[in-house]
Ligand binder design. Structure first.
Ligand code: PEP
Length: 250
């Protein structure tokens, strides 16, 4: 049985003041959540605040990206050890915004996945097609290519220590959610692709949906057999909305 995971991706949003309010709102509303594991991925500079506020709250925290390198002359990068130094459990890798704006290739993302996993962090591997790719009918080809890069580098067993997030790029931040059936089709394809290598890993790996998930559409999405929770952007910035999604997994 896979425990649902609802993870917030705050992206480059917030201030000390707003994040304090958000964290205390999430913490105090955790009584509403009785099934999902809950996590927040904060901008790196605010991770110490997440650690201070969320200790013993039942909410995990993580980074939105991580370096492939262990340490040294990599200006601006954050290492796995740094995330761990501040108690992070999760690290998002390969978010479409990093693939698009920072030119991260499938192979580079796979290296990030490997670095996070080797350090004992749980990587959240984001994969998903653009609108153009969906319209060309190559959604499966795209997500297979993104997934295979990790399997080729690390072997399928590496997916047992991670989480996959299917995030159709056309649904991220646009208000256009994939229908539950559209999302389930791709989730089923992803699980099947993993199963072709290893059925047990496929049965165990959590595949989150991400893309304009909100309290009012979350339950229907998460009720699908291969959708094991959500990676939430915009709606994770308001405690009540985020908790509403966590509750939808109850
Ligand atoms: C995301 O950025 O991972 C995401 C899913 O964003 P949103 O929920 O805002 O579409």
């Amino acid at each position: 049985m896979r425990q649902p995971l609802v993870a917030g991706n705050w992206k480059m949003n917030g201030s000390q003041e707003s994040i304090k309010t958000l964290l205390s709102g999430i913490k105090s509303g955790m009584g509403r959540v009785n099934n999902a594991e809950v996590a927040v991925c904060a901008p790196a500079i605010y991770i110490p605040m997440a650690q201070a506020e969320l200790q013993d709250s039942g909410v995990a925290w993580g980074g939105q990206d991580v370096s492939t390198e262990a340490s040294g002359a990599f200006t601006g990068e954050i290492s796995t050890a740094m995330l761990q130094d501040f108690g992070c459990k999760y690290a998002i890798v390969g978010h479409s915004e990093r693939r698009t704006y920072h030119g991260e290739s499938d192979q580079y993302v796979a290296k990030k996945y490997a670095a996070a996993r080797a350090a004992g962090l749980v990587p959240i591997l984001c994969i998903g097609e653009t609108l153009e790719e969906r319209e060309q009918g190559i959604t499966e080809e795209v997500v297979a290519r993104q997934l295979d890069a990790v399997i080729e580098l690390e072997g399928v067993a590496a997916l047992a220590n991670g989480v996959i997030a299917y995030e159709p790029v056309w649904a991220i931040g646009t208000g256009k959610t994939a229908t539950p059936d559209q999302a389930q089709d791709v989730h089923q394809f992803i699980r099947g692709r993993v199963a072709a290598h290893d059925q047990a890993v496929a049965d165990g790996v959590r595949i989150l949906y991400g893309g304009s998930m909100k309290p009012d559409n979350a339950a229907e999405l998460i009720s699908k057999p291969d959708i094991d929770g959500g990676l939430i952007g915009g709606a994770s910035l308001k405690a009540d909305d985020f908790l509403g999604i966590c509750e939808a997994a109850n």
